[in-house]
Design a protein around this ligand. Structure first.
Ligand SMILES: C[S@@+](CC[C@H](N)C(=O)[O-])C[C@H]1O[C@@H](n2cnc3c(N)ncnc32)[C@H](O)[C@@H]1O
Length: 296
């Protein structure tokens, strides 16, 4: 074990842990994982590609079943223009392009986007699968430029309501008349509503390539139906302290349907548990398919 340098650095981290607010403020400290941090993004990419679990991206077998399902839900065909919002490493985007769609994927994870671009080249779809490295809250899309859009794996929940409203309105405008959007969100009734704490140590993982101590806390804020996770990580080699707050806003089915209608979607179909698609965690999710107004 390496000699610890700068005892005060460790002490500072420990005092920050000791002095933490009892419950984190919703949306404090960004309220999201540091996906756009280059080192974190590189480490997270390993998790996206790890076929032993589906925590960051679903495993290939499940992804292909989802893509089959999305193909019909979104009424896709060869030449359909598809927008993949928070596309991660492009595992869906590239497969949709391979099946004949023109896909634009947007995500702010640098390693994820770089991987998606390489994968598109490897699969020879680089001319029909484009990736944009950007925070989706700053994306500016041309009106009526897509036939369909996906916003999957619960990512809408990591944004405050006001951001959700403006993201949905922008996506609705970017879709042609009768265009379709798929949103996948955690089922509010199935979300774990218990507070908990846990800890572990490791030598390498999502939180770094050096020995670290991870202290986790989970809070359920019943009044606003939100879960907050706080991760406090102490790098044991240099004492560096990292504090991450991850907020997940849950929505009742009625309130999400209302929000989609408020943003310009007319028919909203609701599919609990992926409508029977056999994903290992399907029961935890609800899929919403919204359609924009027919102009004729
Ligand atoms: C759980 S991953 C899912 C990725 C992809 N949809 C999939 O299932 O493979 C969530 C993704 O959302 C992206 N993300 C989160 N917040 C974002 C933001 N504000 N702007 C752009 N991308 C964001 C992350 O970088 C990450 O790639």
């Amino acid at each position: 074990m390496k000699q610890k340098e700068g005892r005060e650095v460790y002490e500072q981290g420990l005092w920050q842990i000791y002095n933490r607010p009892e419950t984190p403020e919703p949306w404090s400290n960004r309220g999201n994982l540091p996906w756009d941090d280059p080192d974190f993004s590189r480490r997270m990419l390993r998790e996206h590609l790890d076929e032993s679990h589906g925590a960051a991206s679903r495993v290939t077998r499940e992804r292909l079943m989802q893509i089959d399902r999305l193909w019909s839900w979104l009424d896709l065909g060869k030449g359909s223009r598809l927008l993949d919002v928070t596309c991660g490493p492009g595992l869906y985007a590239v497969e949709f392009a391979r099946r004949g769609c023109h896909v634009t994927g947007i995500d702010f994870g640098p390693a994820a986007i770089a991987y998606g671009r390489d994968l598109a080249k490897e699969m020879r779809v680089e001319n029909s699968c484009h990736f944009i490295e950007q925070d989706v809250r700053t994306m500016r899309l041309k009106d009526a430029s897509f036939d369909a859009a996906t916003f999957i794996y619960g990512q809408l929940a990591v944004f405050p309501r006001e951001d959700v409203k403006s993201l949905l309105s922008q996506i609705a405008r970017a879709l042609r008349p009768c265009g379709r959007l798929c949103i996948e969100l955690l089922d509010q009734d199935k979300v774990n509503k218990k507070n908990s704490t846990w800890w572990f140590t490791d030598d390498t993982g999502l939180w770094g390539e050096r020995p670290f101590l991870h202290l986790g806390e989970r809070f359920w804020l019943d009044e606003i139906q939100m879960s907050i996770e706080r991760f406090q990580i102490l790098n044991l080699e240099n004492g560096e302290f990292t504090n991450i707050t991850l907020c997940d806003q849950t929505y009742s089915v009625d309130s999400m349907v209302e929000m989609m209608k408020g943003a310009g979607f007319v028919d909203v179909e609701v599919y609990p548990a992926w409508d029977g698609t056999p994903l290992y965690d399907a029961g935890e999710w609800i899929v919403y398919i919204g359609r924009t107004l027919d102009e004729s």
